[in-house]
Design a protein around this ligand. Structure first.
Ligand SMILES: [Zn+2]
Length: 309
């Protein structure tokens, strides 16, 4: 139901407001939530933070009041009228009328100078929800027709769905829906050492408890057979990106046209295999990547998921 913004240093230029302290600012912010303006903007919760004598708005949660059509994945803008909250706090929190007037003038002057500083907005987009077959031998993932804003859950009761892959009938609870929340990012440990023609790719896997121990021995190895359509020795497993709080993770790979065990020799103009003098070992050890291939998930578009609200 809620979206959060990043911390807002709303009281930095208002020493008397800052001096009220986090507890008093929290109480006044809670009161402001009942203000019609807060309600109109869907502001549901404000969290005041204290950081070494400085108070800030740490977090703002919104309730999205009018759900844009459930099929729309267009961004939706949430407005947080920070200046109105600050003026409210000044009005009720500062006793001295002269100080109050001065502080309000500061707020208004700053608003005129930079509207952005005192009027925060945030664009959020609902995300498509997926569901997974509960048969441990299957665990296939299916796209559903549902969407939800980040942090918001579906409500209601849902019909069981029959997995089109294995035929298992799955009972469906609101918690079973999840967004495909593992964006692909350029891996940080992509080594430039192997040459400029190195590229990378990733695959999506279910992030189960035992996955890490399964894949850890393969990190830093290269493929001993064709993998994802690339020939032997041309794919280097960089490692996983995922966490136990997410149902899905990504495995990252570097790839290139030549074997990772070959180095370009300027003198001969060719790619040649190199081995360590002492150990006679190649640069990278080969490994069987079939366990990684077996983990790979390819979400099926709009199959199954006969869940009804
Ligand atoms: Zn299944």
């Amino acid at each position: 139901m809620s979206q959060t913004t990043t911390a807002i240093p709303a009281f930095d230029h208002l020493p008397e407001v800052n001096a009220l302290g986090a507890a008093a600012l929290q109480r006044l912010s809670d009161e402001w939530l009942r203000d019609p303006l807060a309600k109109r903007h869907g502001v549901k919760q404000i969290t005041i933070k204290e950081d070494r004598g400085r108070t800030l708005i740490g977090d703002v949660a919104f309730e999205v009041l009018d759900d844009p059509s459930s099929d729309s994945l267009e961004p939706y803008t949430l407005h947080f009228p920070v200046d109105d909250l600050v003026l409210y706090i000044i009005e009720r929190g500062v006793a001295d009328p002269e100080v109050r007037l001065r502080l309000k003038q500061i707020v208004r002057a700053r608003r005129e100078r930079s509207g952005e500083a005192y009027q925060r907005s945030k664009s959020v987009a609902p995300r498509r929800l997926f569901i997974r077959c509960k048969n441990p031998q299957c665990l296939r993932i299916f796209e559903t027709q549902y969407t939800a804003f980040p942090g918001r859950k579906l409500e209601g009761t849902f019909e069981p769905f029959a997995c089109p892959a294995c035929g298992t009938t799955n009972p469906v609870l609101p918690d079973d829906f999840f967004p495909l929340d593992c964006p692909e990012e350029k891996p940080v440990d992509l080594k430039g050492a192997s040459g400029e023609n190195e590229k990378w790719f990733s695959i999506v896997i279910p992030w189960r408890a035992n996955v890490f121990s399964q894949i850890a021995p393969l990190v830093g190895r290269i493929n001993d057979a064709e993998f994802e359509g690339y020939s032997v020795e041309t794919v280097l497993f960089l490692g996983p990106q995922g966490s136990s709080s997410m149902p899905l993770g990504r495995l990252y790979f570097a790839r290139r046209d030549q074997s990772f065990n070959k180095v370009f020799r300027e003198e001969t103009g060719t790619w040649e295999e190199v081995r360590h003098l002492a150990t006679k070992k190649t640069l990278y050890e080969l490994a069987d990547f079939s366990v990684l291939a077996a983990l790979k998930i390819e979400p099926l578009a709009n199959e199954g998921a006969e869940a009804e609200r």
